[in-house]
Design a protein around this ligand. Structure first.
Ligand code: ZN
Length: 113
């Protein structure tokens, strides 16, 4: 489950931003090319954050699609995975951009510090 690796990275960013304060919620933007499954991410985050400032924090996952541009017909659309083919003409000769980001968008601090 590669979600663990992603969550360790996210947690590091959360802890730096929280600076010792309790965190109740985190919002992360993840490119669809990471193939992250929300329940698996929640579970992995709960495990890596246990005992720290982000223990029991909720995770909001914002999926960011990749853009797929066809070299054959010029069609542009969202791509869900790296094996995308053109939605316009079915050509596999496409260029993907984006979809690989992993960003901590925001954190919400717990009300009672
Ligand atoms: Zn095409």
């Amino acid at each position: 489950m590669h979600e663990f690796g992603l969550c360790e990275g996210i947690l590091g960013a959360v802890e730096r931003r929280a600076a010792g304060r309790r965190v109740s919620r985190v919002r992360v933007r993840v490119g669809t090319l990471h193939q992250v499954v929300a329940p698996a991410l929640d579970q992995a985050f709960a495990m890596v954050s246990a005992g720290g400032v982000a223990e029991d924090a909720g995770v909001d996952l914002v999926l960011v699609p990749a853009t797929c541009r066809c070299r054959t017909c010029g069609h542009e659309g969202d791509a869900e995975d790296v094996l995308a083919v053109c939605a316009g003409c079915g050509s596999p000769d496409v260029e993907l951009s984006g979809g690989d980001e992993l960003t901590l968008e925001s954190i919400e601090l717990a009300a009672n510090q």
